[in-house]
Design a protein around this ligand. Structure first.
Ligand code: NAD
Ligand code: LMR
Length: 333
């Protein structure tokens, strides 16, 4: 049996975690031969609820679940952790845009970045889920000067899964047969779900759909899906977000399927003309715990325009939190 890995999770008594923790403990995320130690973190008021979840996890008798520890602060909770899933945040309610959440959540992610810097394993892999996820990831990363910005990612895999699921439904294909869907940019309504490189059963997806359906129905449906779910459920997506987290981390750690690429919010290195330093969703391939941006994709004017629009929103968000971003340091390797 392998040595257990430590996974710290904030917001561990919340809705997403309520689906996620059971998937992780059953081996869906790190592999069926990888024991895990769960370091569960909540705000002090939610510790009793968290204790209840820990009891339920214990009662499932998962053989891969080595230990559970409970923490009411990130400084303890992030100690020596190999993975950090930053889910806890103030969620968006009906009628609120993600930018409304910027100030409220910026403080949380500043503290979390510092705590990761000071207490986590030096190779920690971080996924930010709490919204606005891209900019929160930027804040956390910039407050962790001894870690590389490449260790910080944000979740757009849920958007990618939505894009595949909805396309499958429209065309009658199985999601399994749909590959190379790309989400560019922000996890927000400006994101650009791009089907120009996508295939359905190895044939161009764009040749199998009408362009006006793509522009007028499909793109907005993916962009506004999160808000639609909030309207319908009265709270944001939870089980599907948990699935996106599992898919993101599994591929990052264990590698992407051959020939496939996946979308992750990562620090921009200037690829495709996107401003360096912002956390932007790119298509990547993962291998041996590392990711690389897929290069050389052909982009038409339609795509470029949309990629720029979502970049502009991220630059605006960055400007709004600039005062919380310490200067970049040597760790930007
Ligand atoms: P939730 O309100 O059900 O749970 C959040 C939990 O986080 C609560 O239990 C709360 O006590 C805890 N929390 C708040 N601040 C904390 C902190 N500083 N440290 C530790 N715990 C803290 O919300 P949820 O439905 O689980 O969603 C969590 C976040 O994920 C929200 O910001 C939501 O907008 C976001 N989200 C992102 C995506 C994505 O694709 N990126 C998808 C769905 C939801
Ligand atoms: C989602 O995409 O479902 C979430 O990000 C919803 C939200 O905005 O909280």
């Amino acid at each position: 049996m392998r040595r257990p890995v430590r996974i710290a999770i904030t917001g561990a008594a919340g809705s997403i975690a309520n689906s996620l923790l059971f998937k992780i403990a059953s081996g869906e995320m790190m592999g069926k031969d990888q024991p895990v130690i769960l370091q569960l973190i909540e705000v002090p008021q939610a510790m009793e609820a968290l204790r209840g979840i820990a009891m339920e996890l214990e009662d499932c008798a998962y053989s891969l679940l080595h230990t559970i520890t409970l923490h009411d602060n990130v400084e303890d909770g992030f100690k020596n952790t190999h993975f950090a899933l930053l889910i806890g945040a103030r969620p968006r309610g009906p009628g609120m845009e993600r930018s409304d959440l910027l100030e409220v959540n910026a403080e949380i992610f500043t503290r979390q970045g510092r705590a990761l810097n000071n207490f986590a394993n030096r190779d920690v892999k971080v996924l930010v889920v709490g919204n606005p996820a891209n900019t929160n990831a930027l804040i956390a990363s910039r407050n962790a000067p001894d870690l590389s910005p490449s260790q910080f990612t944000s979740l757009t895999r849920l958007d990618q899964n939505r894009a595949r699921g909805i396309l499958a439904n429209h065309t009658g294909a199985s999601p399994r047969d749909i590959r190379r869907v790309v989400i560019w940019g922000n996890h927000s309504p400006t994101q650009y779900p791009d089907l120009h490189q996508a295939t359905i059963l190895d044939r161009s997806a764009m040749d199998q759909i009408r362009f006006d359906w793509y522009t007028d129905e499909y793109i907005p449906k993916i962009q506004f899906r999160g808000g639609e779910i909030i309207k319908a459920r009265g709270q944001s997506s939870a089980a599907s977000a948990a699935q996106g987290i599992v898919d993101h981390m599994r591929d990052w750690v264990l590698g992407t399927d051959s020939g496939e690429f996946v979308s992750m919010g990562i620090v921009s290195d200037g690829s495709y003309g996107i401003e360096k330093g912002i956390i932007y969703s790119f298509p990547v391939r993962c291998d041996y715990g590392r990711y690389q941006i897929v290069q050389g994709l052909e982009l038409n004017d339609f795509s470029r325009e949309r990629m720029k629009a979502t970049e502009a929103e991220l630059l605006e968000e960055k400007a709004m939190v600039e005062h919380l971003l310490p200067a970049e340091t040597a760790a930007s390797h």
